[in-house]
Design a protein around this ligand. Structure first.
Ligand SMILES: *[C@@H]1O[C@H](CO)[C@@H](O)[C@H](O)[C@H]1NC(C)=O
Ligand SMILES: *[C@@H]1O[C@H](CO)[C@@H](O)[C@H](O)[C@H]1NC(C)=O
Ligand SMILES: *[C@@H]1O[C@H](CO)[C@@H](O)[C@H](O)[C@H]1NC(C)=O
Ligand SMILES: *[C@@H]1O[C@H](CO)[C@@H](O)[C@H](O)[C@H]1NC(C)=O
Length: 463
């Protein structure tokens, strides 16, 4: 990914911006109408989706692609309102908890969420997918197959993360442990990023996942449009090398490797988005000084060839220990605007805020604050969407169905118990759906008709 935009993509961006400018007036009228409603919006979504679930919308289940700084499916924009539920595969292993997977997907779909980020790894340990290097538990793999096929049923696409920086579900520490058990002289978990044998283990995992033939659908993962993107790692950090070189080399090598197997799907890194040494002037945007020293570098990392969109997380409650409610919201807005602008101007790619959330269990924040925070994230994204900017979407951390609270890290949102949060999410889904139902610059005419029809649809629903 070069920094400079080529002429065709500049032209494309210009046309895109023009298209959005032309549509803004109309859209804002629409949004105002949405704003004034206080109908609880679950019905609306279910009604529209029933037709799709019958299979009528099957031909639209295309691969998500990137065009300049936007996501598209076919000729239409694809702005993302999505969520995280990391444990889907694990609960799908056991018949007694498998229903929870369907339940959370169904509930997500009922508030219009269209993308779920989840783990496609469990390295060693309880219900391991990969029991030891290249040794897989077929029952767990079938559970992942189930998750993928069930997601399609609810018209939800998946971001599949391939391993963890942290120890949950194995991650780099487990890979290094395997290396040691094989007799390698490894001294740090960060050797995951540099040791040739351990890198080989991880590459073998990438290949196994991408070439897996789903036992429910017979579709190879690398050909399945249900998968929105691959993610190299959940929140990579490499403290042993603050220069960022070690992690950068790993990203470059692994991005190339993923693309050599699957050139079609989108790929992202999984970073938290901290600015690093390549942009000293940006370091003041980081939540604290430490964030600039964890071996990651937002701009440089995303310039690696093969990376299709930027990944950023937003955690004012854990990153800013003494922030007030007001300053937390202000941080979220500034953090997002900087990343949207940089993704647009320096990277020429969309950015997805792949995790954002608030713990309501640590005594600091309550549901009122959580709603305000989610509202701020959505509003800031819409500001980008309205002008055709790089803000591609956001994924809430995290959605749980009832009865899984024992997995809760404090951040769980149970929609059926959180009507105010559910309304905010649903409203954002409908707003983005208005943008997504407009055609892009290539087919103004049929698109115009469609968007007029869409406006009718929305206004009827709202009345
Ligand atoms: C293991 O590697 C470390 C650091 O690279 C080195 O100092 C040490 O001597 C090595 N130990 C063995 C047994 O090779
Ligand atoms: C998958 O393929 C196998 C063997 O070709 C076939 O028996 C089975 O019916 C297929 N399943 C689906 C869901 O298409
Ligand atoms: C929208 O975003 C731009 C830049 O990203 C910023 O300058 C502007 O203040 C934002 N507007 C609102 C209403 O948030
Ligand atoms: C949350 O906390 C704020 C300020 O501390 C308070 O005004 C608000 O009523 C609380 N909301 C709930 C639902 O407890």
């Amino acid at each position: 990914m070069a920094i400079k935009l080529s002429l065709p993509s500049l032209l494309q961006n210009f046309l895109l911006v023009t298209t959005f400018v032309l549509l803004i007036e109309n859209t804002d009228a629409c949004l105002d109408r949405v704003d004034r409603t206080n109908i609880f919006p679950f019905e609306t979504y279910d009604d529209h989706r029933k037709h799709d679930l019958d299979g009528a919308g099957d031909e639209e289940w295309g691969m998500v692609k990137r065009k300049g700084n936007q996501f598209v499916v076919g000729n239409q924009p694809f702005y993302v309102n999505g969520f995280n539920t990391y444990w889907l595969m694990i609960l799908a292993v056991d018949q007694s908890t498998r229903g929870k997977v369907s339940e959370v997907l169904q509930q997500a779909s009922s508030v219009g969420l269209t993308v779920c980020r989840t783990w496609a790894f469990n390295d060693g340990g309880w219900r391991a997918l990969q029991k030891s290097p290249s040794v897989y538990d077929e029952e767990v793999f079938k559970a992942l197959d189930f998750v993928v096929s069930e997601a399609k049923k609810y018209k939800i696409r998946l971001v599949l993360s391939l391993t963890n920086n942290w120890e949950g579900y194995g991650g780099k520490a487990q890979y290094v442990k395997w290396g040691k058990e094989a007799g390698l002289n490894l001294t740090s978990d960060d050797d995951f990023f540099s040791d040739p044998t351990v890198k080989g283990y991880y590459q073998a995992h990438i290949k196994t996942i991408l070439t897996r033939v789903n036992t429910y659908t017979n579709i190879t993962y690398k050909d399945d449009p249900t998968i929105f993107a691959w993610e190299l790692m959940n929140e990579p950090r490499c403290l042993s090398d603050p220069s960022g070189n070690k992690l950068q080399a790993w990203i470059q090598e692994m991005a190339f490797y993923v693309k050599s197997i699957d050139p079609v799907h989108l790929l992202e890194i999984g970073t938290e988005g901290f600015y690093g040494l390549s942009t000293p002037d940006r370091q003041q945007v980081n939540p604290n000084t430490y964030a600039g020293q964890v071996g990651t570098d937002f701009i440089r990392n995303h310039q690696a060839l093969g990376i299709d969109f930027a990944s950023v997380h937003i955690y004012p409650d854990s990153w800013l220990s003494s922030a007030t409610t007001e300053s937390s919201l202000e941080f979220a807005r500034t953090w997002m605007e900087n990343h949207v602008d940089d993704s647009e101007n320096l990277l020429g790619m969309p950015v997805v805020f792949g995790e954002f959330g608030v713990s309501t269990k640590n005594g600091k924040h309550n549901v009122t604050f959580r709603d305000a925070f989610i509202g701020m994230v959505y509003k800031t994204l819409l500001n980008s969407t309205r002008r055709g900017g790089s803000g591609g979407g956001s994924l809430l951390w995290q959605l749980f169905p009832e009865g899984t609270e024992y997995m809760d890290d404090g951040y769980a949102v149970v929609l059926t118990k959180s009507p105010t949060t559910a309304s905010i999410i649903s409203l954002q889904s409908r707003r983005l759906q208005i943008f997504n139902s407009r055609c892009d610059w290539k087919c103004h005419w049929s698109c115009r008709k469609r968007s007029i029809a869409m406006n009718d649809l929305v206004s009827h629903d709202e009345m």
